[in-house]
Write a protein that binds this ligand. Structure first.
Ligand SMILES: [Zn+2]
Length: 246
């Protein structure tokens, strides 16, 4: 039986790699210095390098179901204080955020959801009982769920609400919060519409997603420093009082 995957690996090594060898050797010699942390859904149709026109060394990527950001504080809470607190954090994504900010010193953090997201759709469905980790993980998007019938339109709104929710959770990471406050880090909420091939970026001032072709920026995030009075209608400074306007 021919192993197609093995053939692809060999093709990369023989045909593709020689053309980019120099670039990779430089990245090994100088180390990686990506300026963007890309938090995206695992969906196979979301291809970060294609969307952003980036190549090796430019994106530090962490992907998961739904493009969710776990809370910074992963300690279990027992309201009766009968059980000792234990660490139940979702380490993978949180660790990547901490590494990207504290060690790589990224200046942009992108949260990228997308249309027809199975993770968001699953928020409205029963999860297979064997998928215990998936069921727990989906709780991270629960707040975005709308109390209405599932339609294509409501799913799209949920996908976008989930992106903004994750931006909020990013601000729960002290190193992110400090970076944003100091103007060293900007947050970008994106919603990629697969069938149109277009990213809609979140505008923190209007509280809306704007098609990249109509936008004057790549997403401002809900916590951009206040530049004009209209910003107050959307969020209140750097506190956690962001108002959904979607
Ligand atoms: Zn998805």
């Amino acid at each position: 039986m021919s192993d197609e995957l093995l053939q692809r690996l060999r093709r990369f090594h023989i045909d593709t790699f020689p053309g980019v060898q120099e670039q990779f050797r430089n990245l090994v010699r100088d180390g990686q210095h990506p300026s963007i942390l890309f938090i995206g859904c695992s969906d196979s149709r979301l291809v970060p390098y294609l969307l952003t026109g980036t190549g090796p060394g430019e994106l530090f990527i962490v992907r998961n179901v739904g493009a969710f950001v776990p809370p910074y504080d992963g300690w279990s809470e027992d309201p009766d204080l009968k059980k000792p607190r234990r660490w139940v954090g979702y380490h993978g994504t949180s660790a990547a955020i901490e590494f990207a900010v504290l060690y790589l010193k990224v200046s942009r953090i992108v949260v990228c959801g997308h249309s027809h997201c199975g993770g968001i759709r699953a928020l409205y469905d029963k999860v297979n009982p064997q998928a215990r980790n998936l069921a727990a993980w989906l709780d991270l998007g629960r707040e975005a769920v709308l109390p209405e019938a599932v339609t294509a339109e409501s799913l799209r709104r949920t996908e976008r609400r989930a992106v903004v929710l994750q931006l909020e959770k990013l601000m729960g990471y002290p190193m992110v919060r400090e970076g944003v406050k100091a103007g060293r880090i900007t947050l970008h909420g994106w919603h990629y519409v697969i069938e149109d091939g277009e990213v809609h970026v979140f505008d923190g001032h209007s509280g809306e997603f704007v098609a990249a072709s109509d936008s004057t920026h790549s997403g401002t995030g809900p916590y951009h420093p206040i530049e004009d009075s209209t910003a107050h209608a959307v969020f209140n400074g750097f506190d956690d009082s962001y108002i959904f306007v979607i």
